[in-house]
Design a protein around this ligand. Sequence first.
Ligand code: HEC
Length: 447
Amino acid sequence: MQALFRLASIGVTLAFGALAPVAAAELVGHGGAVRSLSASRDGGLLLSGSFDTSLILWRPAEERPLRRLLGHAGAVHAVALAPETQLALSGGEDGLLLAWSVEEGAPRWRAELGAKVLALAIAPEGGSAAVGTADGRVRVFGLADGTVRAETDLGGARPTALLFAEQGTVLWVGTHEGALWAIDPRDGTGSERLPTSGFAVTELLELADGLLVTGGIDGVLRLRHPADLRLLGELPGHEAPITALALHPDGTRLASGDIKGRVIVWSLPERRPERVLEPHRGPVWDLAFTGPPATLWSAGNDSIVRRWREGDPPPRPAESSPASPPAARRSPIAESEDRGERLFRACVACHTVTADGGNRAGPTLFRLFGRPAGAVPGYPYSEALATSGIVWTEETIEKLFALGPETFTPGSKMPLQRLPDARDRAALIDYLKRVTMPAEVERGTGG
Ligand code: HEC
């Protein structure tokens, strides 16, 4: 059984490897991970925002950059193109919200928000925009002049996903703590409608028929009724936190991406995967559709925006989707150890564990225990972590994931969920001890 699965997934890798040249259209221009994408309603423009602090406006049909927008002093976390007006918005690590004239490529107005921007959304009629910041606030701005029209304090919860729904009359907010809020964008009044689950809500989307789709760090897409949020279905297929969601222009398909690099294109009428792509090594940070012809763009750590168009590589039959069999593993390994390994899948996009693994977006965790924070030579740590004085032990790693990096190491560049369950933390630490400490590494994996 396991061999069969293996074979299936190797087949997939090869198939896409071989087909890569066909789907090779790439937008190259950023100098760091691309974190956010937004397409204009007519599909003629694509906007990308990057860790390299810049934005690039692209003409996707011609696969060329139109202009680069410079104005942020830190990574750009979220971008949005207004549907009709010639305006683009960007929010960054630097706590700055910038509204750009697409025509001139210059900021039209700016707002200092005092905390980093986590999420952005523009209302469908294009008159206003919502911004969520790490201090637990959601503000609604007038797009034309940047006046604040409404403000909501989420009482400490962090807004990680925003969505204008029902023709812009409702603003949905998904939080890092796993709650859903409904806010009236006219006055900022609202309340928590779905209580905290512990699984951060990372993505929100409204389908053509009005249903809400949520994506979270538990890797499951959920369909909910907008009136009472009752669960109408789940789309399982990701095995890692969902990091991106985009609706196909014809409304019948949905694309979702995860932190391990899998993109699934779903057929909505049938609620099943239609196509699975692996566009980047590592996380898929965002997805956007342009067209016609309908074209999917993906962004990841490799700083390239890649194109996936219908008729590029032939779709893979959904039946052979590489559902890896977590149950069919070596049985002598204790359940907690298995769990640790599974939990560490949320880390592999950014961390290696071996001496020669090197640094990814995060430093190698080789010989982590007993190591002072910020000690890997040559890795560009944040000032906050480098000067924290923390030494990594079972105890401090436990705290890191009990409280979350943003609380335990404020200012750290590591974006991650908490692990609310103490057993999960113990299992993860157990796994880290086995794989990052030299004696174990030599014995266990042999390189
Ligand atoms: C999206 C990328 C990303 C993911 C996913 C991620 N990390 Fe990190 N991690 C980072 C970055 C970036 C840093 C450096 C932070 C800084 O400089 O402030 C870091 C730092 C760390 C450190 C401190 C290392 C040191 O040398 O001081 C530990 C420990 C750590 N991560 C563990 C984990 C574990 C365990 C997971 C999974 C549960 C994880 N990380 C997931 C990006 C990530």
